[in-house]
Design a protein around this ligand. Structure first.
Ligand code: SF4
Ligand code: SF4
Length: 96
């Protein structure tokens, strides 16, 4: 069994997507989700994140629409994965 939590390095980039992600496009927002705690690098309400933020995506859904940055731990090794967020920060690969 894969422990998803181990793969997250809490960069917070996936918590900076605009609501427009629901119309098929993926764009970084100027600010992070109001539930993202910048100093701790964590969601303030992780357990109920899908309830308190209807735009919050599961890792699986985020991967399917290309909403995770190339540096994200979840996409490492997923050769099929293509990030669709047009932002250098999101396109940068881990280790670069
Ligand atoms: S982009 Fe990936 S590594 Fe960064 S916070 Fe989101 S899930 Fe974690
Ligand atoms: S609700 Fe979702 S998008 Fe917002 S901080 Fe929590 S995990 Fe990130």
């Amino acid at each position: 069994m894969i422990d998803h939590e181990d793969k997250c390095h809490h960069c917070g980039l996936c918590c900076r997507l605009s609501d427009e992600q629901t119309d098929g496009t993926v764009k970084p927002a100027g600010t992070a989700c109001h539930l993202y705690d910048q100093s701790a690098g964590r969601c303030l309400n992780y357990r109920y994140r899908y309830i308190v933020n209807p735009y919050c995506l599961s890792v699986e859904d985020a991967m399917l629409i290309g909403a995770l940055p190339m540096s994200c731990g979840y996409v490492q090794g997923a050769k099929w994965y293509k990030c669709r967020v047009e932002s250098p920060e999101f396109q940068r690969r881990a280790g670069e």
